[in-house]
Design a protein around this ligand. Structure first.
Ligand code: 5RP
Length: 227
């Protein structure tokens, strides 16, 4: 998986700290990205040692990694609920997040929101006072231009996300496109989240407002937990 932002040691500390919270017999949401990947690998090692869990992946990438790690997998519609979800973030301001750097935020939001306990794993580079990262907006391909206009009307500057190593746009696991939208400093995240959610053609956006129950920030020398 692609590594972004802070040090890998910090990401490992955060991921392993969150994996330590997982108990026997639980259903675990498996997030996407390089920090969540450390949690998935740690859970795989715990499964090797006898931990009995079922994982609900949030993306094709997390499914592949969890499969390699030996974690038994289920789909969300096969379980009664998710006990705990562990997922990364592109930016964290208290309990509010911006996610979607891996274009997986639609499934991530479904699984993370369904969890009794949503644990965010991050390195210190992700922590801010006010969210100001690009907000990824997954759109139906046919709605690309109408959603872009709506984003502009809401004060944002949308750019279609391109695939890094090949021609053409990024296509999500759901077959859609992603507009990365610059809103500058986001003072009213809940209102912006509502506006985006109400726009026809928006499948899901990367503002996760008030969803996080706790944030584990790794430093490479330990972990700070914010609840
Ligand atoms: C994927 C995400 C990731 O969790 C987010 O991009 C953080 O990734 P990383 O841990 O690699 O910095 O939201 O859609």
């Amino acid at each position: 998986m692609k590594t972004t932002g802070g040090s890998d040691a910090a990401k490992r500390d955060a991921g392993e700290s969150a994996a330590d919270l997982v108990t026997d017999g639980t259903v675990v949401g498996l997030g996407t990205g390089s920090t969540a990947a450390h949690a998935i690998r740690a859970l795989g090692r715990a499964v090797d040692s006898g931990l009995d869990i079922r994982g609900v992946p949030t993306s094709f990438a997390s499914r592949e990694l969890a499969r390699e790690a030996g974690i038994p997998l289920v789909d969300l519609d096969e379980v009664d609920g998710v006990d705990i979800a562990i997922d990364g973030a592109d930016q964290v301001a208290g309990g509010d997040l911006i996610k979607g750097g891996g274009a997986a935020h639609a499934r991530e939001k479904i699984v993370d929101a369904a969890a009794d306990r949503f644990v965010v794993v991050a390195d210190p580079s992700k922590e801010v006072e006010t969210l100001d990262h690009l907000v990824p907006v997954e759109v139906l391909p046919a709605a690309r231009t109408t959603v872009a206009s709506a984003v502009e009307s809401a004060g944002g500057d949308p750019v279609l996300r391109d695939a890094e190593h090949k021609d053409g746009p990024v296509v999500t696991d759901n077959g859609n496109l992603v507009l990365d939208c610059d809103f500058g400093a986001i003072e009213a995240a809940a209102a912006l989240a509502r506006t985006l959610s109400e726009t026809p053609g928006v499948v899901e956006h990367g503002l996760f407002v008030g969803l996080a129950d706790e944030v584990h920030v790794g430093t490479g020398e330990g972990v700070t937990v914010h609840e």
